[in-house]
Design a protein around this ligand. Sequence first.
Ligand code: AMP
Length: 191
Amino acid sequence: MLNIIIAGPPGSGKGTQAKLMVEAFGFIHLSTGDMLRREIELGSPLGKEVESILARGDLVSDQIVISLISNNVNAHPRARGFLFDGFPRTLAQAQALDAFLEKTGHPLRMMILLDVDDSVCETRLLRRATLENRPDDTDALRVRHRLATYHSQTVPIIEHYKKQGKFVSVDSSKNPEYTFNQVSEWLKPIL
Ligand code: AMP
């Protein structure tokens, strides 16, 4: 079993790369953003609790996403590997994921960072707002807030996985195929 994190700022192309990785390599894709949006669509108690947090572009509590992830991992006992997308987003989440995967006997293998400048992300997110009706992408202030949250809360995870020798980075400033070629070069030798 191969457990991988795909990480990067909002607008770096995580969702697109995750889709390509699932098609090519058969990972089970676990996106906390997708799970939370599904709860909101369903109108569940959790969805009601997190709706305004997502709309503001803030992070929901570590406890909520950690339990979503552990429930989903446990629901796929025969998975070939998990692709964590949009999780972990804080150091506490990374530590919880490490501990949880250690217990399953399949520790995290690699964190792949999609590296791209904030200005490119901003342009992409504002374009996505008109295409996908994502309320957290709809104005420049909110987009900048999400990017700032990424830098303050999520960037520290890079150092955490560098220390473990699990961190790699690819250039995600061009087109999805260009990024995916680099991602594949990292994955092929370990698959
Ligand atoms: P995403 O689709 O990954 O960009 O996530 C959309 C939104 O869901 C984020 O802006 C957060 O409000 C929330 N979210 C997703 N994943 C997490 C996470 N791991 N920790 C906290 N909040 C999250």
